[in-house]
Design a protein around this ligand. Structure first.
Ligand SMILES: Cc1cc2nc3c(=O)[nH]c(=O)nc-3n(C[C@H](O)[C@H](O)[C@H](O)COP(=O)(O)OP(=O)(O)OC[C@H]3O[C@@H](n4cnc5c(N)ncnc54)[C@H](O)[C@@H]3O)c2cc1C
Length: 223
């Protein structure tokens, strides 16, 4: 994504998306960058006087932000589905733990605070699944709704964060160790609150849209 507009062009029309081949002169992959101790595919790239032919432009000049918005909408929804899958895996592992020999010996199923973890994770997953369905129906119908997509993304992110945290807690030290898949899920869960838009930025954008919607329609409508 590069600035192609003049300095005084509004940002929404100032950026363009360009395809840069990895062997283009001036392009360098400087170094991989790990996230919470693991390499998840991120890295530092540098572009020094890189030139590409005009046909490497995606869409038209100035459409960069609009194209990014389209990718982000569907990307947020697909990632949310993936996070819910990971949250469900954590809930399954929690069930496995409390019914294991170790869990039975500690009578984990009898502990109220352990039960609370199950309720909260189940509630978070169920709520996020419902919100994802609503957002996906809009996309299927060719009317993607940013409010629905962003609310679903935040719910899925919270669900996987809560599920990974509860699963670690029920497994104790083993949950933090490489012996269990939970530490990997925990790492992905933490990135979910930042990637594709930080929580705060989404809350701010959705909140403003909801307030504006009331002014426009005088009431809120749910399907
Ligand atoms: C694992 C991973 C993969 C990624 N993959 C991609 C990718 O494929 N493509 C891509 O383009 N980007 C990708 N990103 C980048 C990601 O989209 C950004 O990191 C994200 O949008 C947040 O932007 P930032 O990191 O610049 O944080 P900043 O915008 O600098 O925000 C930092 C913090 O400031 C606060 N903040 C920011 N905005 C507001 C606000 N409006 N209100 C209140 N507080 C606010 C929040 O606490 C926020 O966490 C990836 C990031 C990660 C971690």
């Amino acid at each position: 994504l590069a600035r192609t507009g003049e300095v005084d062009t509004p940002l929404s029309r100032a950026l363009s998306m360009l395809i840069v081949p990895a062997d283009a002169p001036g392009f360098r992959f400087e170094r991989p960058i790990s996230m919470l101790g693991r390499f998840l595919g991120q890295g530092e790239l540098s572009f020094t006087d890189v030139k590409v032919p005009e046909y490497h432009l995606l869409g038209h000049a100035g459409a960069g932000i609009a194209l990014m918005g389209k990718r982000l909408s569907i990307g947020r929804l697909l990632r949310s589905m993936n996070w819910i899958g990971l949250a469900e895996r954590c809930l399954d592992l929690m069930g496995e733990r409390v019914h294991s020999e170790r869990g039975t010996a500690s009578r984990l199923t009898d502990k109220q605070l352990v039960r609370q973890h199950f309720v909260e994770v189940y509630q978070a997953i169920s709520g996020a699944r419902a919100l994802i369905r609503i957002a996906a129906r809009g996309v299927d119908a060719g009317r993607p709704n940013d409010v629905d997509i962003n609310v679903a993304k935040m719910a899925a992110s919270r669900a996987v964060c809560k599920a990974a945290d509860s699963a670690v807690q029920l497994y104790g030290a083993e949950g933090l160790s490489e012996l269990m898949p939970i530490e990997g899920i925990f790492r992905i869960a933490r990135t979910s609150r930042i990637l594709d838009g930080a929580d705060e930025a989404l809350v701010s954008a959705v909140g403003r849209r909801l307030i504006d919607d009331y002014q426009q329609h005088g009431a809120y409508y749910f399907e």
